[in-house]
Ligand binder design. Sequence first.
Ligand code: C5P
Length: 402
Amino acid sequence: MPDPSRRKVILGLTGGIAAYKAAELTRQMAQNGIEVQVVMTAAACGFITPATMQALSGNPVYTDMWDARVSDNMAHIELSRGRDAIVVAPATADFIAKLVHGLADDLLSTLCLARECPLLVAPAMNRQMWDNPATQRNVSQLKRDGVVVLGPASGDQACGEIGMGRMLEAEEIVQALSAFLAPKLLNGVRALITAGPTFEPIDAVRGITNQSSGKMGYAVACAALEAGARVTLISGPVSLPAPAGAQITRVETAAQMFEAVKRHVAHTDIYIGVAAVADYRVDKPRQHKIKKTDEAQLQLKLVPNPDILGWVAGRPKPPFCVGFAAESRNLDEYADQKRRRKKVQLMVANLAQEAIGADDNEVTMLDDAGMHRLERAPKLVVARQIVAHIARLYSSKKKRKS
Ligand code: C5P
């Protein structure tokens, strides 16, 4: 399936030292399925070359109002048509002041003035320039004019000082931009998502777990948040930061995950079980560390864990249920068997040996209509497509009911 979430953005660079971060920003935008058209001011070209930005964006860079590559010399109009947003990063104090006053003396400022799409700016400047009442007045006015201001952050500055005015990191800008651009397909919908592995103790220091990193579950939570859902994330032990905006409960064992799910399920519209829940736990884990003995064998008795997804889907009034199946072979067949057995509306299948711990994933979605393959992409890009598919199924189910 082609990626329906592909967005087209103009990235404007103005002349500040943070322009070097625009290289990484461009790379991350492209990785997130955003097509980038770079426009630079003359001052920006003093900090980073158009050639670098062209190589990273894969598109010719524009710096001049009178660029002959644009028909009718209308670059200031043409370039922003059909774009989903203009993002100015870094935005200097001077450029912000120009935006506030509607000045248009170069290509980027004219594009901003003549735009039909939303404008986002990521300020970057020395702390005294940021704190100056003139800049503060200008930023307040920009916000009143409907411009989205991303950051800045506080910290070390290129001038050697410490304070407010650092441009946000590329990852933070891409996250904010993706959330801003995402269609709000799940606006207000309550999503309960499990993620990561579980850890089943053997004794005071040892346990049984698996190699799930939680990356896919956290990506699904981010994508659901971007789509406007109210997300509760129940996470097994992982080393990932909580997605901004999610209500997170951290657990270790499958039993704890089950209890947390039970507490939240009554207030859930969509349940997405991404967690790699251990099928078995150790019966009566020892309170103290098991000592090594001369015995030839040490036997552990394992007992089955509850099937959390099966339990949620089997409730009298279940939420819309989605499962994830990681298989090492016969992927489609096993995943579809699981979908039918657990009675879930959608099962997302991936090859365990390729998906676990990786940054990319390639999945097949199985539902009543059949199989839908998504091509290999970063997990967040895949998650956005899965969430879009869930939203379609969920809304058609709701329509059928009403
Ligand atoms: O482990 P299995 O392949 O059956 O996992 C398929 C789906 O079932 C996943 O969505 C997983 O989160 C869920 N599951 C669960 N409780 C279990 C085992 C799996 O909720 N004990």
